[in-house]
Design a protein around this ligand. Structure first.
Ligand SMILES: [Zn+2]
Length: 327
């Protein structure tokens, strides 16, 4: 049967061959788009798999150098470091210690892979015995002393050679506190990537095993954002930008693509999307059951984040995706 009228537009014409599709492709994903999160722990030659995140490991400094080098060779320009301290206490003292685990890793990576951009996560939840992202007072996270603690941590990362510090605690004024402290200590060229719109998300589940950072009591809803709010993401980001953030971020990414695209429309700063642990682990689990093609699903997810407006995608797939894209 044929249609009884002529079609003026037939979009399928441009989908007919692979080359035509390549010609009109709107969103290109490349290794340059990725930032690779890595978890560093104490010890030598440690490479401890994280059960809920297949392909992700706790790595000692010697092994993290190899991972970082490998990612850089694949074309990934940057890594984001998370630390697992030896001891946790109420003051999160290893978070800002000169010989803390992240500080050691930053020095080692900068020494061995000097051109790789090294970013560090700045939050104390993995370093406090209570697992909250700041200083507790009467059972609540006390904002201003927490922001000050984050600033101290950021300065120690900068002193170790970090190119970018990335405060993720969602304390009010954390970017301002860090910018002031960095400038005061002579680190005016250290950039800040704000976790500007960080939601209190259930997609962080596997990460808490990875970073051993689950709060002992309560949750983080009193400082992270309500997943129902988009306008508030603009407010949070506006504040981060005013306070001096060089890069802004939406976390998580997949369930928040509308927020990403809203941020792209409203801000000029480079925009990062954090493709979080839950987004990664769901695909890994489905693939292990034969229910999903990991590579195809992962690349589709990552492309959607670029399409929504992300310039930088922080992803546990960074190295794999770079390899897939080069094939
Ligand atoms: Zn935290």
């Amino acid at each position: 049967m044929t249609l009884p009228f002529d079609l003026n537009q037939r979009p399928r014409r441009l989908r007919r061959t692979a080359t035509l599709r390549r010609m009109v492709n709107e969103t290109r994903l490349s290794a340059n788009d990725f930032m690779y999160p890595l978890f560093v722990c104490h010890g030598k030659n440690v490479s401890e798999p994280i059960g809920s995140m297949p392909g992700v490991y706790h790595l000692s400094v010697d092994n993290i150098i190899k991972q970082a080098e490998n990612a850089f060779k694949l074309g990934v320009p940057s890594v984001l470091l998370f630390g697992l301290p030896k001891t946790k206490n109420a003051r999160a003292s290893e978070a800002y210690a000169e010989k803390g685990i992240v500080q050691q890793a930053v020095r080692a990576i900068k020494q061995n892979v000097p051109d790789l951009v090294v970013a560090t996560d700045v939050c104390v939840c993995a370093y406090t015995d209570h697992g909250h992202c700041g200083v507790l007072r009467d059972g609540e996270v006390d904002n201003d002393p927490s922001a000050e603690l984050l600033a101290k941590m950021a300065v120690s990362h900068a002193a170790a050679g970090a190119d970018i510090v990335a405060p993720s605690a969602m304390m009010d004024g954390q970017v301002a506190a860090i910018r002031y402290a960095l400038d005061d200590k002579g680190f005016k060229n250290t950039a800040i990537m704000g976790y500007s719109a960080k939601y209190a998300s259930a997609f962080y589940g596997p990460f808490r095993e990875a970073a051993d950072s689950a709060p002992g009591k309560g949750d983080r809803k009193a400082y992270q954002m309500d997943p129902a709010n988009a306008r508030e993401a603009l407010l949070e980001t506006e504040l981060d930008v005013e306070e001096g953030a060089d890069i802004i971020m939406v976390k998580p990414a997949l369930a928040y693509l509308d927020v990403l695209s809203l941020m792209r429309e409203n801000f000029e700063q480079p925009l990062a999307a954090y493709n979080v642990s839950g987004e990664y682990s769901m695909v890994k689990a489905a693939a292990a059951k034969g229910w999903a093609d990991e590579r195809a699903v992962a690349l589709e997810m990552l492309t959607s984040m670029r399409r929504a407006g992300a310039d930088i995608i922080i992803s546990y797939w960074a190295a794999d995706a770079a390899r897939w894209l080069a094939e």
